[in-house]
Ligand binder design. Structure first.
Ligand code: BV8
Ligand code: ZN
Length: 251
């Protein structure tokens, strides 16, 4: 692992522009469940079956129970050293750092990350199914069927469900940043959900050097110049330390 960490630190130091893709794994050490870990089931349902427009039409109260449970969990968790290491990296790369996240938990911003692209939306935001008014409700508990104060229609979580399009502008910015970077970090994602997972091959096609941080090998591993196997809350701070030490030597 020592050699891979040094290799990764060198790749990172060699980059002027850095982009990052994170998934549920970076929040695991904050205590939030991942989607496909431990069977990835919720009340015996697959997230792909609950996080869809059809599920919401079929049983909005069940979908809201799923999201209210996750909102309640969020109220009790903090960012972990992995989130904080990415804040440190962003501060060292003023202006040349983009963090693309599939997570809807807001923990990157809570840690202090600035340039965050939430390509799957955010669980703290709710959107009216009638007038589309979008409000930030934090993690306060909401009723099983919350209604819009303006028009009385049913509210929904402002997240991207399966079979829904990603927010166009945010996705375009993500593609641009990943296509322009010299080093791309892929952290805590199984890289099975598209189009997010497609950012890995897109980075490769644009000759970025790729560093993966994960507990296990994933679909992304074959694209990586180096894969650091371990918990991101431990590996990222270690990588940042080596990056910073080398920076003084190299520069
Ligand atoms: C789209 C928001 C165009 C909600 C999420 C058939 C019909 C229609 C579409 C499809 C289809 N077949 C495929 C598709 C495309 C589909 C898709 O990719 N499906 C997958 C399941 C195959 N994608 C879509 O539908 C997307 N839209 O394609 O629109 C379109 C339109 C109409 C018709 C066709 C196409 C929308 C995708 C967005 C879905 N919304 N989230 C919510 O969060 O509630 S996705 C959800 O999965 C989360 O965002 C999550 O982040 C994301 C990916 O999961 P991961 O983050 O990777 O988490 P996972 O648990 O999988 O992995 C965790 C990893 O961390 C593991 O590798 C583990 O080893 C590692 N780990 C664990 N602990 C640690 C760690 N690593 C480091 N340290 C640790 N401590
Ligand atoms: Zn409304």
């Amino acid at each position: 692992m020592e050699e891979q960490l040094e290799h990764a630190a060198r790749l990172l130091r060699g980059a002027r522009r850095v982009a990052v893709l994170t998934g549920a794994g970076i929040s695991a050490e904050s205590g939030l469940a991942t989607f496909r870990g431990a069977g990835g089931l919720w009340e015996g349902q697959r997230v792909e079956d609950v996080a869809t427009p059809r599920a919401f039409e079929r049983d909005a109260a069940l979908v809201w129970r799923f999201y209210n449970l996750r909102r309640a969990n969020l109220a009790t968790v903090q960012p972990n050293p992995g989130h904080r290491a990415l804040v440190d990296l962003e501060n060292r790369l003023t202006g040349n750092f983009t963090l693309v996240t599939q997570n809807v938990d807001g923990l990157h911003q809570a840690a202090g990350s600035k340039n965050v692209l939430e390509i799957h939306g955010a669980i703290r935001l709710v959107r009216c199914t009638g007038c589309r008014l979008t409000t930030d409700r934090g993690v306060e508990p909401l009723p099983d069927l919350p209604k819009c104060e303006d028009c009385g229609s049913l509210l929904r979580p402002d997240v991207v469900w399966f079979e829904e399009m990603l927010p166009h502008d945010v996705w375009r910015q993500a593609e641009e940043a990943v296509g322009a970077c010299e080093c791309f970090l892929v952290i805590g994602t199984s890289a099975v959900v598209h189009p997010a997972a497609g950012l890995v091959s897109w980075a490769r096609a644009n000759h970025a050097r790729i560093i993966e941080i994960n507990l296990t090998a994933t679909v992304a591993t074959s694209y990586a110049d180096t894969a650091l196997q371990g918990p991101s809350g431990v590996v990222l701070p270690d990588l940042l330390k080596r990056y910073a030490e080398g920076k003084t030597v190299d520069s």
